[in-house]
Design a protein around this ligand. Structure first.
Ligand SMILES: [Cu+2]
Length: 277
């Protein structure tokens, strides 16, 4: 038979557990507050709204996380083996209702707060003077098309798709509107001007993603999916494909060059001159 003394457990495991837990909580908090691995800076007004929403969600869930972990550490210590007999606890209806309702209220409130940014990205149309650029994903590259001086995109014909003759999009040579279209492997756009991208895919589902825009949108074969935004900061940003679209998926990327209006005009003129040759 065990003596009364030997059945009284040591407090050491409980204290060690509580200390390890608190260290984990403190390091998690530090990594988030110091922003050790954080997003790159947002470059659109909606991007800033999304970041604010993300931050609010993080603060709310962070507070709950820290309180829950501290409570766990304390309970493990408080109810460590002290030689007492364990008793069965049936739970508490009132508390169940309380924390389920609290969770519901917090999540609905966060959802309502986010509705504005979400609506702006997905339901609000682009401004009528937005610069339209067509984006096509294909295994395994991006192609960007501008309407050129006439402001009209030329017809596309699947039978004309032939990258070996420099026509990866299949521009129909018989359509005069397509003569001045500019097709380039990188995205060039002016800052402080509304932009509308029309996303297409030539083969499988790809996904257009630029971290700094905080926008990610699938490109689906047979559909033209519009997205719109306005960049407020010049610079070069990476466009990646965010759907596992095949063996070459890992190198399917392009650069988004956000330029001043003057630089963009200059670039456009240069492309138009090349097209005219
Ligand atoms: Cu892809």
């Amino acid at each position: 038979m065990l003596s009364r003394k030997s059945s009284t457990g040591s407090a050491v495991p409980a204290i060690l557990f509580a200390i390890v837990l608190l260290i984990l909580v403190a390091s998690t908090l530090y990594l988030h507050i110091a922003k050790t691995w954080w997003f790159p800076e947002a470059i659109t007004p909606v991007g800033h709204q999304i970041d604010q929403q993300f931050f609010a969600t993080f603060v709310v869930t962070g507070i709950v996380f820290v309180l829950a972990q501290i409570a766990l550490a304390w309970l493990v210590f408080r109810y460590r083996d002290q030689g007492r007999k364990a008793t069965f606890v049936r739970g508490h209806h009132g508390l169940e209702v309380l924390w389920t309702t609290a969770t519901l209220v917090v999540f609905v409130a966060l959802g309502v707060m986010a509705a504005h940014a979400w609506g702006e990205v997905h339901f609000g149309g682009p401004s009528p003077d937005a610069l339209q650029i067509e984006v096509t994903g294909l295994q395994f590259q991006w192609e960007f098309r501008y309407a050129g001086p006439d402001g009209k995109f030329g017809r596309i014909n699947v039978k004309d798709i032939d990258a070996s003759v420099g026509n990866p999009l299949g521009l129909d040579a018989s359509d005069p509107a397509g003569k001045d279209d500019i097709v380039v492997p990188d995205l060039y756009l002016p800052v402080d001007r509304p932009i509308e991208l029309m996303l297409r895919s030539q083969d499988v589902i790809h996904s257009f993603f630029v971290r700094e825009l905080r926008i990610k949108q699938d490109c689906v074969p047979g559909l033209i999916i519009p997205i719109h935004f306005e960049v407020n900061k010049t610079g070069d940003y990476e466009v990646t494909c965010n759907q596992l679209c095949g063996l070459g998926h890992y190198h399917m990327h392009a650069i988004m060059h956000a330029m001043s209006e003057a630089d963009f005009e200059q670039w456009e003129k240069k492309q138009e001159a090349q097209n005219a040759q």
